[in-house]
Design a protein around this ligand. Sequence first.
Ligand code: ZN
Length: 1153
Amino acid sequence: MSVNQQAHTGPPYGQPQPGYQGYQQPAYGGQPLPVVPQSQYGAYNGPMPGYQQPVPPQGYFPSLGFPSKGSPVSLNSDTSSLAPNFIGSLRAPPTSGAPPPASGASLPSGHLAYSQLGHGDVQNGIPASAAPMQRPPASQPFLPGSAPTPVSQTATFQQYGPPPASVQQLSNHMAGMTIGSTTASAPPPAGLGYGPPTSVPPVSGSFSATGSGLYTPYTASQGPSPTSVSQGLPLAQPLFPGQPMSTQRLPTQVPGFAPPPSSAGIGPSSYPPSTGAPRPPTMPGPPLPGQTVAGPPTSQPNHVSSPPPPSTMSGLHPGPPMSGLHGPPPPTHPSQPGYQMQQNGSFGQVRGPQPNYGGAYPGTPNYGSQPGPPPPPKRLDPDSIPSPIQVIEDDRSNRGSEPYVTGVRGQVPPLVTTNFLVKDQGNASPRYIRCTSYNIPCTSDMAKQSQVPLAAVIKPLATLPPEETLPYLVDHGESGPVRCNRCKAYMCPFMQFIEGGRRFQCCFCSCVTEVPPHYFQHLDHTGKRVDFYDRPELSLGSYEFLATVDYCKNNKFPSPPAFIFMIDVSYNAVKSGLVRLICEELKSLLDYLPREGNMEESAIRVGFVTYNKVLHFYNVKSSLAQPQMMVVSDVADMFVPLLDGFLVNVNESRTVIDSLLDQIPEMFADTRETETVFAPVIQAGLEALKAAECAGKLFIFHTSLPIAEAPGKLKNRDDKKLINTDKEKTLFQPQTSFYNNLAKDCVAQGCCVDLFLFPNQYLDVATLGVVTYQTGGSIYKYAYFQLETDQDRFLNDLRRDVQKEVGFDAVMRVRTSTGIRATDFFGAFYMSNTTDVEMAGLDCDKTITVEFKHDDKLSEDSGALLQCALLYTSCAGQRRLRVHNLSLNCCTQLADLYRNCETDTLINYLAKYAYRGVLNSPVKTVRDALINQCAQILACYRKNCASPSSAGQLILPECMKLLPVYLNCVLKSDVLQPGPEVTTDDRAYIRQLVTSMDVAETNVFFYPRLLPLAKADVDSDSLPAAIRNSEERLSKGDIYLLENGLNIFVWVGVNVQQGLIQNLFGVSSFSQISSALSTLPVLENPFSKKVRSIVDMLQVQRSRYMKLIIVKQEDKLEMLFKHFLVEDKSLSGGASYVDFLCHMHKEIRQLLS
Ligand SMILES: [Zn+2]
């Protein structure tokens, strides 16, 4: 479909560049961002005049202004009068190892014991080092077991540690699914474990099959068409006349289920674009009421409800029928998965699932056990079922070359894996909004029948590539943006001007509104305003309005936001070197705070807090010679002991800040305090922002479960025995509602909380993350943090997090045209009503997924419109509205819906839906509901859109042919089906991460990218062609890189040429490669450079710095790696792709019968 050729050709805004240059700045430690020239929309009014950094009075005496409970302590000698003791002189000699007995510890000379500092005392002149001063008896024994562990083992096992299974066992599992293998039960010798254990030469075959050359001829993207899955079909046989053939790949057909001839006429190439491939015979039209196969997706329990076969305990048993479905269920004998209706007679030779397939799922131990007596089963040929790699490559070659122009309603954008440029001609870029379908059923009944969720994945502040234009900033002056009188929608390209331009009719609610005099403009002969192309809000999909004071809290323009850095200085944090690392990094990072456009310096003020069981605030006022510390030990009622001097301008206070950051590691070097508080830390930051009357962000660096006596104190309630019980959901729920209430307060103040966690044991991410999650913040987790191996990753994350574009005090509202409305929201935010998504902070990586439901009929003529409006405060304190508009088509034929879906977005929605579901329902219920919903989606297609052919034929809509493989990846993910080594914290962490992911991130997270490296073209800038995530695709003579957005694995086969090993690792043999490496050695040869450049390229693409893990074939770590070979069976019981596809087919057949 030549989607890009229908756009209108009005003058683009390419020449005049936007005045809004939000956040452009030299990137710290990264790529410099391009500076965008000024534009005709240079409405940017400059920095807000309101905020002036107060000049401190000379001779300021710190004690005067402090609330009575604070205990200011000069950190270092202030030459003017204050504390005589230098921090440096206060340090006791470092103690060794574990904390010394606390109570008897001798304080360094000059220290006062903490207890000597009564609340309310103002302790100027008192020695500075508070931590040593307040060393109480260590109430929490230091646990040696919680100390950092060796890198090569624990550190790399933290997230997806393999179960204690042997490589041989694993091979055994894998062997069970190889093509045509009849020797599955025999574990291959170790050396043969990476290819099919048959005589088929696995390696070369696998790789050539995935070579890029095979993908190019495929033309399916010209129009979606069904994928029919036909079993036993000779692979080389052309399936569709005119369809370019590959002898090894039939992209639109999934052999194994059906004879191709019956699907004639719906072949992939026979579909013209969405302009309407006439397919009368196969389109039965609007569904009959009786055909409704299920309720809406939100009704959780509509999963399989009839009793499962006795042999299975879990949801993936070969499907029992749906309740409410017509017709009796087909036989559910697991060994007869329903291919009897195969027309080509080949069923007997090639069958789908293993006879004991029913045991394939969790709770059924016989999965992976060997078939036993049944005839040697022949598997589906994995090469013949829909390949994610092929789909990705096809889209790249078909749609990556020309710009995606957004002028056409209902266009399906290229896949997220395709590089393409976007030209905004009236609809928001897919970088801002992606939809599950771009053609919505006109009626609620149709939508229910299809079970296709209608959702938009919205990333309002998405970063654009340098070649694309940032949203223009429009300033309507004091009158503010022009809006519909009734529904308050903002002026947009779809508003209809009438009566010579004096009024406009709202495209969302049809209300007619007077055009304000200052906004009046004449219409041309087509009814279009003559200034159409001069106004972004009339001709573009995305733009910004400068907000007036009416859009501000308390009718007052906001102050610039503040960043508060809050550093855990308890024993573990200090001992690991973390405290010193953070302080060192902040010294340089503070020069790179987000700046607005061409502003010389950042308007953001900064403040510093350290804490363990008590909090230490620091006065870093520019007039001070040295920073001063104020200790607050009354954590039960947190307050901020100083106002003036706590939040400062970096440049003005530079010297004092540097001094503070130098001293903090020294001050706490000898701490033996192991306990921490947590909620009071957030409260302190919140109170500081309240006092300063600004929004802001807390950067909290935290190491342990907060067990010290304080509000929000937690207990260790981790219990993996709850997995697969009804109580499993409690592991994802916060253990106290305290943090929910705190989050609410934070949101009200615009206090966003970013959390950097460095746990050595369980610290209850599910609870600690509540505030972060509800304030729109980010969580980063570095289990068993070790300086050597983890500092790069942490520092890269920190740099990016501090510098990235973020809007504060944000409220998002999604308006829709009559007929549908936003009903459900997924993401990191807080909602106090049913329509407004509130985020204390919203950064450029955060995504909100919105689900829509019908509340009336839609019409094909008018289509459907979405308008997402985000009100936020910029990093300079400017109040703005960012508006994204998107127009969608509406259909009365289900086939149109299925032709315009986007599976990646669908999966994003389904994963978030499921991940939220585990908070309230047993995980098994959630998995069953997912499977059932997808089976209904596909069954509805099969019934209403595909040609009436054999029921034994699995026909998948072209746009959804990857739905089964991707869905299986979601089902097997750690949240829904954890392996034994996945920790409770990991699951809570991933659950929260995924909830804010965009479509590109969920895509690679659930189906990782796997790149063969050995033959990579060292002279090219491009990435090697990816291969499918299955062990049988790996050659032991090759090196592979696998990335999923969180980790990068470099897998080295045992037979890799010595030269390659030398070039990449600088060692002479396989055995000398260290799996403890966290980076690749920098070697001066083309191969090393190429691989490192690939790694760098991938790192840049992701919002988090990925952990690099070297995996040697047959090494212990390999099981960790295999966890990500998602087309294979997983050790946690997840099905292989082949098995799952068979299972889906069975489910579909049951729904259809
Ligand atoms: Zn309206």
